[in-house]
Design a binder for this molecule. Structure first.
Ligand code: B16
Ligand code: MG
Length: 218
């Protein structure tokens, strides 16, 4: 029998906040400007949960080019600057439906909470949306070296919460993140559609459709 969950580890983009659309718009602009590529929402699925350098590698592969390191870095920076412009305009309204309420309910039930995000812009997103006080720990792309699906970001979050991985549950919208949770020996709740995702313990369209009772019964 599985152990009772004690730690809730949340991905940021696409689970707690609606920033996935801004990443998409910035990659789409770069793909059009530099490679004359039409970057579709389907292409974007591969970019979810994956760190910036890994996303650039996928884009170069899609365009069929190998870039010198200097241009590679310059393009990644350009995309990031566009993304930051969007994030600077964010308001607390862009916290996803049910997210604040669900995290609060978890804390009210005595569960520990953490963020595990690939993003190096996590601090700015938290500042704009005001949700940082809801979390005991934040682990982001500035404190880990290996990209999801490597479990490093989730295992680091569990360690910082002072909990073993088998009592932690990961909430993720990206396949790379669900794979990372499984590799770290954690149960997971997929946020999204069953046709896009696999390898999870539970699935729901958003945190508005998940209850603490369901998690405790996992
Ligand atoms: P940045 P998450 C991820 O955040 C995004 O899903 C992914 O699309 C993005 O490329 C990655 O962060 C890196 O973000 O360029 O801001 O460092 O879903 O792990 O919270
Ligand atoms: Mg995500």
């Amino acid at each position: 029998m599985s152990k009772q969950p004690q730690g809730m580890i949340f991905d940021l983009d696409g689970v707690l906040v609606d920033t996935a659309k801004y990443h998409y718009l910035a990659w789409r602009r770069l793909a059009a400007e530099r490679f004359d590529l039409d970057f579709t929402p389907e292409d974007n699925e591969q970019f979810k949960g994956v760190n910036r350098v890994a996303c650039m590698n996928i884009l170069c592969k899609m365009a069929g080019v190998t870039l010198p390191a200097e241009e590679f870095d310059a393009l990644a920076t350009k995309k990031n600057n566009w993304y930051i412009e969007y994030v600077k305009q964010m308001t607390p309204d862009e916290v996803l439906p049910g997210a604040r309420e669900f995290v609060q309910a978890c804390r009210g039930a005595g569960l520990k909470t953490a963020i595990a995000s690939a993003s190096k812009n996590c601090a700015l997103v938290l500042e704009r949306t005001g949700i940082a006080p809801l979390f005991d720990e934040v682990v982001d792309g500035t404190s880990v070296t290996r990209a999801k699906p490597d479990p490093e970001v989730f295992v680091t979050a569990a360690n910082r919460l002072g909990l073993p991985c088998d009592v932690c549950v990961v909430f993720e919208d990206a396949q790379a993140g669900l794979d990372g949770a499984a590799a770290g020996g954690m149960r997971s709740v997929a946020i999204g559609k069953p046709e896009d995702l696999t390898g999870y313990t539970l699935i729901a369209p958003s945190l508005a459709q998940v209850s603490v009772e369901q998690i405790k019964a996992m």
